[in-house]
Design a protein around this ligand. Sequence first.
Ligand code: CFM
Ligand code: HCA
Length: 531
Amino acid sequence: MAISKKKMDSILEKYPPKVKKNRSKHILLKDSREQQEIQANTRTVPGIITNRGCCFAGCKGVVLGPLRDVVHIVHGPIGCSYYTWGTRRHKGRSEKGEDNFLSYCFSTDMQESDIVFGGEKRLKQAVKEAYEIFKPEAITISSTCPVGLIGDDIHAVAKAAQEEFGIQVLAFDCEGYKGVSQSAGHHIANNVLMKDVIGTGDAETKPYAINIMGEYNIGGDGWEISRILGKIGYHIVSVMTGDGTYKELKSAHKADLNLVQCHRSINYIAEMIEIKYGTPWLKVNFIGIQGTIDSLRNMAKYFDDEALIKKTEEVIVEELEALQEALEVYKKMCEGKTALLFVGGSRAHHYQGLLKELGIETVMAGYEFGHRDDYEGRDVIPYIKMDADSRNIPEIHVEKDESSYKLYLSPEKLEELKKEMPLNRYDGMIKEMKDGSFVIDDLNHFETEELLKSIKPNLFCSGIKDKYVAQKMGIFSKQLHSYDYSGPYAGFRGAVIFAKDVSMGMNTPTWGFITPPWKNEPLLEGKVIEE
Ligand code: CFM
Ligand code: HCA
């Protein structure tokens, strides 16, 4: 069941006027006749129970965490480390003899005396111990909130340790309170990796060299993507950062093409590599069968090589054949169901295609911390392989400054090029949504409950904070962050695993045994009794 504009207004009506005004700007009803805008990446109104996380989570947890040959030291009280220890399920495996520190949890475990007298000594000791015990390729130090508040100089500690031990020690000022969400942390991590790591290596590359960016190997997604790309013949230089290594990252600048899976978390590096080294990026989506096929075809188109195009088509046929039978079974169990999606900064978009393939309609979707471009798309002028002829086409004017090429195109030429080579741009989530569906940014606890009650979807795709709220209402919830101990969900094989998981979840008789709270209408605490 979809939700009407009137109903949405009545939910917002419960807010004080100022909050209502604020929240209204974060919600829109898709109407393809209009150029729609949404407010995003702004501070959550204090007092609202948002689903968002913090800057530290985005930097250390998301971008740095999956690099497995690095010791990631969290400078702060133990909770920041402990509560993020393994919960994201970014998997990693190493060849014999290679380092893998993913299962460890490194923290300086700051105590009250460190807050009062400063924690630099403790950090210095932690780096020393980490180096002596583990001898890692590199060490990262991530700041938590109190570190910024008391002013510990993590850069001075990192610099001294680097000189003493002869390995890179990278410091990240990612105190949790910075910015408005995890998003600030992505940016901080990207900047340091670009400045100090990427470009420092010189590994040999083979033809069709690519980086897979914004892919974190949650539940093994990256392994499935790599399996498909390997089969076609691509050479994966680095993965940022799922099952990734510091060692590989150093030579990432040597790839011919950068694939961007999660635009939100890694667009900064994609952009900086393009400016510095001229490598274009291609937005891909390996979630969903058609998404995977389109991504593979766009990649082959970029390399423009007959053998590669042929091999791509062969692999697509082979993979489709292998999954068809199982998929048909699950499609029958999913057909006609509805879903409500609310996830970080890319998955609420990426999963819509896969759900559609199973016959599930997305009636509402939103990001925790996406920016406007993740919703509305971004039209970056496409990169074209430069050749002398480009300069002679009247609609294209090429200028090269010290670090980048600039292309000035007529609007018609731009449209034409966008169709044939979708490089360096992203269409965003809104474009793919059906008219009449709702887009909602920075959803909160109150709205979640109200919307679930009104929409009563068959499937609620979200995270740990609201999963059980939905399930206690008798609505199956699938975590699209951690995949609830399952996965992979990406690529061809992943699509079948996802189909199986949601088919079972939605169709279990369990939900029939639960009486949702709205059926009993319990007396709410704090309800104002009108005389
Ligand atoms: Fe990108 Fe991610 Fe996501 Fe993200 Fe995240 Fe994540 Fe996510 Mo959780 S990097 S934006 S900060 S796809 S951790 S692997 S699942 S919120 S939608
Ligand atoms: C984070 C990590 C998270 C949290 C997941 C959730 C993840 O943002 O700190 O809330 O269920 O994917 O592990 O997004």
